[in-house]
Design a protein around this ligand. Sequence first.
Ligand code: AQP
Length: 334
Amino acid sequence: MARPRVLSGIQPTADSFHLGNYLGAVRQWVTLQETHDAFYCVVDLHAITVPTEPDALRRRSRVAAAQLFAAGLDPERSTIFVQSHVREHSELAWILNCLTGMGEAARMTQFKDKSAKFGESAASVGLFTYPILQAADILLYQANRVPVGADQKQHLELTRDLGGRFNHRYGETFTLPEPYILKEVEKITDLQEPTAKMSKSSSSPAGILDVLEQPGPLRKKVMRAVTDTGSEVLFDEENKPGISNLLRIQSALTGTSIPDLVARYEGQGYGTFKKDVAEAVVEAFSPIRERTEKLLSDEKELDRMLAIGAERASAVARETMAQVRDRVGFLPTL
Ligand code: AQP
């Protein structure tokens, strides 16, 4: 039997992924390549929905791809590619745009959050239709599962709605995907603002743990993470969001359950606990940083790996789009 297909994407919007991207997405991508036919992309078309400098985009796209390989994605088993290399993403997005209601698109909360920074009227139409492009990314590959963090749940629902609408209107064409969300790591929060999501673009440097950061600053940030009143290491999201976030991180990185961690640190105060969290983060990130640096030292080879991914992804995308064009009623090209 064919393996179920998985697809996910990550934006090249910073010079490093952060701990939320790593635990909420990338680490699961690595696990899923063992059991799934895996497609993962660096979504550069999504990155330009906010003003982006071309050289920074080029650099960040390579840095993102290198981190994916460095984190353990195997180009033999997974198809790793850059979104803009496969033209069909934009083409399908246009068709899905024409199936989406204005009100439906306006309900997407990520647009509201992200546009708040510029003011809604200054935000681009691309930012507004971002989730529709995301739906195209997923439907194009007939993905069964999409591993994401909790922030993407609403976009996955829209993807299912649009795929279902297309199928209903034009005939069965798309697989409707299920989100794949690991509850324990669905929302890693900012170290300085432990009720907000850790985020490439909205966290302050002190609140964010970057995968490519050196051990020294990583340790400092964990030690300075906002903790809560009291001194007991307890999991209590409401009253101790800072310590609860660190417990979630430590549990995900070491494989020790949260109750076992709470028992281990009983009566020891926050200091010892934070030191251990810092070590676990450094231990997880250092090998990825070193491998990323090595991959980036040979851009030609990295670009070659991405070209292979683009070719494999294009083969699937072309097949889907041939069917879509025909169903919609576009004339064939002779
Ligand atoms: N804090 C988080 N906790 C758990 N998962 C997270 N993800 C992001 N932040 C967290 C997951 O990482 C994947 C890739 O994210 P993205 O690049 O598409 O951008 P995003 O979700 O918008 O993340 P950021 O860091 O906030 O990026 P910017 O600032 O560029 O918008 C997704 O699966 C996401 O769920």
